[in-house]
Design a binder for this molecule. Structure first.
Ligand code: PBG
Length: 334
């Protein structure tokens, strides 16, 4: 049989909204979206962030309110970051049961129970006076193995406070194994370890530094990955899996979709991606300047994560998008 020119017409499947909907390869569901939230000890009112229009640092009260709204919208879960009043060299508030992050976890778990998945960032940078993700050695470098002991204590404190999932974002070698062992020893065998397996030393974390009042001078290049390296991400993945990671993550998102796609092909456990603060800011500021259509750009960026293989996405737009997905009518313009 010869192919008559013109008989193969991919456009045929794009003719109506209903047909496009039917042949769509990838869908977004509210349950795919995880909302990162910031809670700050010293506040009496929520504080808007200049570098992330629409995102605030919460008080405990406003955190609970926003968490309820997110859960009502059907998001898959919540990821908490805490900003303590007192930071020190060891980040001691991180594993203090009275530390702001642990108090916030308890508040949410007491109020929300198991109706959603409550997660906490497990890293020291929000808690240290020097802003690094670990404790420092005598030369001022980040001491990997001393940091593991801090992470292990933090994992147990977060589990006690009510976290269903601990999110290991510090990029220390051995962090998954150290936290898993500490959790198991304390009987928290059901607490899930989510590992930021491939996390890059990225400029796209810029606005996050304001969000957590970061004290960091310098950079994180001795522990986070070089943006030039893709193969190295697979090594990090293998190690995290061997140490018992239940879920793995790639971060940032859009600039690393190639890494995400490869991790998604190889990983036997769920793969998440983090649409980070700088990605959020780029779309918000470009839309505010009239350069792009805000909602279309948000939706397109999120579907790109799914297309690349992400099972879930951390995004500061989680509640908004979940609400919109709920109100979308079948056969509509999407
Ligand atoms: C580390 C952490 C960071 C982010 C999440 N966890 C900052 C960093 O590694 O410098 C960034 C998230 C974002 O930019 O939205 N605790």
């Amino acid at each position: 049989m010869t192919l008559v020119p013109g008989t193969v017409r991919p456009r045929r499947l794009r003719t109506t909204p209903a047909l496009r909907r039917l042949v769509s390869e990838t869908r977004l569901d509210p349950a795919d979206l995880i909302l990162p939230m910031f809670v700050k000890e010293t506040l009496s009112e929520p504080a808007p962030l200049n570098s992330m229009p629409g995102v605030v640092q919460h008080t405990l009260d406003s955190l609970l309110e926003a968490a309820n709204e997110a859960v009502d919208s059907g998001v898959g879960g919540l990821m908490l970051f805490g900003i303590p009043e007192h930071k020190d060299n060891e980040g001691s508030q991180a594993n203090d049961p009275e530390g702001i992050l642990n108090r916030a976890l308890t508040l949410l778990r007491d109020n929300l129970g198991d109706t959603t998945v409550i997660m906490a960032d497990l890293c020291l940078d929000e808690f240290t006076s020097h802003g690094h993700c670990g404790v420092l050695d005598s030369e001022g470098g980040v001491d990997n193995d001393a940091t593991l002991e801090r992470y292990a204590a933090m994992a147990v404190a977060q589990a006690k406070a009510g976290a269903h999932v601990v999110g290991l974002s510090g990029m220390m070698d051995g962090q998954v194994g150290a936290c898993r062992e500490a959790l198991d020893l304390e009987g928290f065998t059901d607490v899930v370890v989510m590992a930021y397996s491939a996390k890059y030393a990225s400029a796209f974390f810029g606005p996050f530094r304001e969000a957590v009042d970061s004290e960091l001078q310098g950079d994180r290049k001795t522990y986070q990955q070089d943006p030039a390296n893709g193969r190295e991400a697979m090594r990090e993945l293998d190690l995290d899996l061997a140490e018992g990671a239940d879920i793995v993550m790639v971060k940032p998102g859009l600039p690393y979709l190639d890494v995400l796609a490869e991790v998604a092909c190889e990983s036997p456990v769920p793969v998440w991606a983090y649409q980070v603060s700088g990605e959020y800011a780029m779309i918000e500021f470009a839309a505010a300047a009239g350069a792009i259509e805000r909602e279309r750009a948000i939706d397109e960026s999120l579907i790109a994560f799914k297309r690349a293989g992400a099972d879930a996405i951390l995004t500061y737009w989680a509640t908004e998008v979940a609400q919109r997905l709920n109100s979308d009518t079948p056969g509509g313009a999407h």
